[in-house]
Write a protein that binds this ligand. Structure first.
Ligand code: PEP
Ligand code: MN
Length: 341
């Protein structure tokens, strides 16, 4: 349920409502806007006690939250959330680009890529240290060594770092090295991991599961917000369909829908979304036109030698071209200031 406070409700009236929500057995979450405050009551308590709050001073209305995800819903927070990742705003007026290799393979590979993507206009660096590979015989990532290299790349270029966390026991260590923790598509419904990440003070990049509905994806985000971490960015990375020409089917309607249903920023991953270098440019532009707040793109110094995801990785020149094609014509289409920072 949501308690909509009247315009100009006093702090005392808001606090009273918060206390009553707690007494009724719910958790209160207040969103203070410039003119009015909304207090969401989540959990399972005594509804009739909330409904009775219609009669409390400073209360305009008490309404049900229509969707199963509550704190993630735009009904609870009508204004868009901006997530700060090491000084870079995701979800603001500027479309941001996260770029880097699928996996960190060596110091030279990562540092040269970080410098190249920075020069081309990327504002965050990606690189996998712990890799979720379909086969146990494939390259699994360099682990802690990769984290150290990522830290060095950040020191050299100033780009904040995004890397995937697969296991709850790695969370504390990865927090020491990364500016943002990625939950991979395969772990979107790893509820133990989500609960653990809800307690950290780092932003989370939550990828959509390959077979997850938009509702399931937003409910996964709800675990993070309900557990106390409001810094969540959603990422559409393609879903499984009958199509085999592309690695996944990049669902751009889901980008627009997630932004309609939720206040959280939404970015798109054309690399995993298509699996094909040649489609990254077109799908990047399409994602921005659909309203994406940013993109995550795989870049490798020599894609044919990549230890993971070479066929969908751009080389430095390819990335530069994609970035250039994203800028000018798209500003008007997307109503954004710049296509990238
Ligand atoms: C990745 O970002 O390299 C990755 C494994 O992504 P996903 O979880 O979307 O497959
Ligand atoms: Mn990858």
């Amino acid at each position: 349920m949501i308690v909509n406070m009247a315009e100009g409700a006093s702090e005392q009236e808001i606090e009273h409502v918060i206390d009553r929500i707690r007494e009724a057995g719910f958790q209160p979450h207040a969103t203070r806007g410039t003119t009015r405050t909304i207090v969401a009551a989540v959990g399972s308590g005594r509804r009739h006690e909330l409904e009775a709050l219609r009669a409390a001073a400073g209360v305009e209305d008490v309404v049900a939250i229509a969707q199963p995800f509550k704190l993630v819903s735009r009904q609870v927070k009508p204004h868009r959330t901006v997530v700060d990742v090491g000084g870079v705003a995701i979800g603001g007026e500027t479309v941001i680009v996260i770029a880097g290799p699928c996996s960190v393979e060596s110091r030279e590979q990562l540092i040269s890529t970080a410098e190249a993507v920075k020069n081309a206009g990327a504002s965050l660096l990606r690189g996998g240290a712990y890799k979720p590979r379909t086969s146990p015989y494939d390259f699994q990532g360099l682990g802690i060594e990769a984290l150290r290299i990522l830290r060095e790349a950040r020191e050299k270029t100033g780009l904040p770092v995004v890397t995937e966390v697969m296991a709850t026991e790695d969370v504390d260590m990865i927090c020491e090295y990364a500016d943002m923790l990625q939950v991979g598509a395969r772990n979107m419904q790893n509820f133990a991991l989500l609960r653990r990440l809800a307690t950290v003070e780092k932003p989370v990049l939550l990828k959509r599961g390959p077979s997850a509905t938009v509702k399931e994806w937003l409910l996964a985000a709800e675990y993070l917000l309900a557990g106390g971490n409001p810094q969540v960015v959603l990422c559409e990375r393609g879903i499984k369909t009958f199509e085999t020409e592309t690695r996944n089917t990049m669902d751009l309607a889901a980008v627009a829908l997630a932004r309609e249903l939720s206040h959280l920023p939404v970015i798109a991953d054309p690399s995993h979304g298509t699996g094909k270098q040649s489609l990254i440019g077109a799908m990047s532009r399409a994602a921005i036109a659909a309203g994406a707040d940013g993109l995550i793109i795989e870049v490798h110094p020599c894609p044919e030698r990549a230890l993971s995801d070479g066929p969908q990785s751009l080389d430095f020149t390819g990335f530069q071209k994609v970035m250039q094609a994203m800028s000018t014509p798209l500003r008007g289409v997307a109503g954004r200031k710049e296509a990238y920072a």
